[in-house]
Design a protein around this ligand. Structure first.
Ligand SMILES: [Zn+2]
Ligand SMILES: [Zn+2]
Length: 150
């Protein structure tokens, strides 16, 4: 994997880490770059990218970095029911995801309202709501095309 459509500048990534009060380390830079370059990447993809950048790095090390970045709010972890965890660097805009039941492809869907919580329940039972977790499930165009020709 050498070609990337969008590669976030290393200096921008350093700024992101510093802005979140995280020490800048090579593993953190590599993992953050991988998540930027591959939206909705699973852990294996991030690991492969990080290894391409760093040489040897353990699965546990990458996992620890992902958790630190997620805790710091630089990375968002999404885990649709029945799917493996995915990571993305598009944070803080309350966007949702459409997930293919066939192949697990995930695509961003802008928040219908633009801010959380974008769905208001008929009765909030006195809770102060800050988020509605919305996942749209369906069949992606590629899977739909395969089904048509079967
Ligand atoms: Zn699909
Ligand atoms: Zn997303």
């Amino acid at each position: 994997m050498t070609t990337r459509s969008h590669r976030t500048d290393a200096e921008e990534l350093r700024e992101e880490l510093r802005g979140a009060s995280l020490r800048v380390t090579r593993p953190r830079l590599a993992v953050l770059a991988a998540v930027h370059a591959h939206p909705h990447a699973d852990t294996d993809t991030v690991l492969r990218e990080a290894r391409a950048e760093l040489g040897t790095v353990s699965h546990q090390a990458v996992y620890d970095v992902l958790r630190a970045l997620t805790d710091a709010g630089l990375v968002r972890r999404i885990q649709p029911a029945g799917a493996t965890a995915r990571y993305e660097a598009r944070v803080g805009d309350n966007h949702h995801h459409v997930v293919c039941r066939g192949c697990g492809a995930i695509t961003d869907v802008d928040c219908a309202v633009g801010h959380a919580p974008c769905l208001t329940p008929a009765d909030d039972h006195g809770f102060t709501l800050d988020e509605a977790e919305v996942v749209y499930w369906g069949t992606c165009p590629a899977c739909a095309a395969t089904a048509d020709t079967r």
